[in-house]
Design a protein around this ligand. Sequence first.
Ligand code: 3H9
Length: 697
Amino acid sequence: MSDAIRYERVGDIAVLTAQNPPVNALGLDVRRGLLAGFERAETEGAKAVLIYGDGRTYFAGADIREFGKPMQAPSFADLCTRIEASPLIVVSALHGTALGGGLEVALSSHYRIAVPSAKMGLPEVHLGILPGAGGTQRLPRVAGVGMALDMITTGRPIGAAKALENGIIDRVVEGEPREIGLAYTQELLEAGAPRRAVCDLPAPKGVDFDAMHVALLKKGRGQLSPATALRAVQAACEADSFEAGLRRERELFMELMNSDQRLGMIHAFFSERAVSKLPELKGVAPRVLAEMGVIGGGTMGAGIATAALLSGLKVTMLEMTDAAAAAAQGRIEGNLKGAVKRGKISADQFTALTTQALTLATDYSALAQVDLVVEAVFEDMSVKKTVFTQLDAVCKPGAILASNTSYLDINEIAACTSRPEDVIGLHFFSPAHVMKLLEVVVADKTAIDVVATGFALGKMLGKISVRSGVCDGFIGNRILAAYRACADHMILDGASPYQIDAAMTAFGFAMGPFAVADLAGLDIGWAARKRLAPTRDARERVPSFPDKLCEDGHFGQKTGKGYYVYEAGKRGGTPNPDVPGLIDANRAELGLTPRVFTDAEITRRYMCAMVNEAAKVVGEGIARRPLDVDMTLLFGYGFPRYHGGPLKWADIVGLDDILADINTYAKGDDFFWQPAPLLQQLVADGRCFDDLNKEAS
Ligand code: 3H9
């Protein structure tokens, strides 16, 4: 018997208990233990087998760390077939999260009982694969095609009540999984209940899969797994036999298992968890965090305040005038009403948050007792310095003074206070109560427990927190500036904003860079360009067409016009007919003759610019690890998860090819295309970015 499965007899029942913390992943030991348990139970003459998990959950799925290595026997699918074929009555008792292979083991059991809080799902599509142990064959037989497709193609788990309603489980009972499982199994034995194998149920018929396949491909923006999973469910309905369906599932599973998208998505899964685990924070206690101040109640400040309120913090919102404070209150209440609408909070909680947890103020003295203040005022160094000087004067000792600046030097801000060790950057992304990314910007003198508190706040707020050093734009906006500059250069040379947006959405981004700029507000980039103008190198190619749009008062969506024209009541925009003229004028001014760009060249140049700057960001220590860059782009910039992040993408396509392309592009512009020393070093050493991630973990 393996240690991962404990075997015991309770009367006629053989009890198999999974003991593989933290999530009872179905690794080799667990699979071997289950197989051995069935053999022993059958040999010993038990009448039933009960399977449940120790600790916080039933099996949460296959052990993802085993993916990409040869599967050792028993294979997952064989194990499920073996469980289902057992002559004994097999019962699974579910609690926690029965996910992926976990739910597949449960579906191979003959009866299923769950505690009310249990969740069930087949989230494999989020790992770039599909359920590969019969899930696509058994779930439609049990729950019908509609329900099965919904669970399999979205990967969203459902609760016990819904699972019961859809026949996925047989009973829901409050209690410990072991106790409810034993009682149910005993009851089944006493009632003489029969073995009940899902593979014997008839397959659903008469579904038009082709139309759904097309819709899924479109919705997935290039993600293959949902549409491929649909084909496996189709096989459940159309194959000649259950076994033939299983064979088709296996073929499709292996197709995805061998895909780059699987590599990207599994990188994202582990990086998402590793990103906030910093070795230097081990054992460092964060400071107490109960009351927070926010300065500036615009969209950003109101979003930050909303996120803080929703996480249980008390918030004091400081604005300059009563009218501005009232407007801030309106924005926060609007955000919270949205949370009520989505069922995140109740109407009573809304009232409590807005009347008890939120305080509006117009005087800095209101911030005297808060534990942390986040400043979200106008992006201007002198304004920020005035704010921080006042905070330094009123805040209690030990209070953390944070700036939400997107670009400015936190060291310079910290230096205007008497307590630079308490100053940190907390860069939220708009809307701050929705966007998952938080850049925790660590300045030269920031105390380690202040860094720990930044990460603790991120966790409370449900954010993905990434550590960044100080530089213009930190990790994300610095890299954005580089790939956006590359896009502008391609426009000067002949591409159009609309072709670039289309190429990048085809790559998998939700929006292209020009649609994003319209959404964020063109005035933001305009202000940054004006700020950087005095320090610009004369060799830098700087287009004038983006400034012209702003000079004409077009700031994107908020003014109704930017690269696109936005009509009230319509989703998205249509190309602004004035833009080509502005671009032509800019080209003429510079004496440039436009040339044709293919979509493939656009994508390649754009991605090379992103990877090159990202490699500089890692090489300079602004990001500690390549995965920090990957998670920043994934959670703050709409980078497609199935590519894993820019540096994982680079590893997959090959660093030597990318460096060779950068060197080729440099022949046309050797100022912009200066290869990152880290990229050159990795290529010379025959290593990749992921090697650096592994060394750092
Ligand atoms: C599958 O089953 C394929 C099948 O069809 C069979 C095909 C043949 N494996 O998330 P947490 C680790 S595919 C290995 O922080 P939570 C995780 O990395 C699988 N490790 O906890 C972390 O490690 P560390 C389908 C795993 O409470 C630790 O456990 N199943 C696995 O916030 C704690 O995790 C899934 O996709 C795993 N399967 O959330 C479920 N799962 O502490 C994936 C977790 O070193 N898992 N770890 O950072 C989850 O969604 C969440 O982990 C879960 C718990 C909801 C279970």
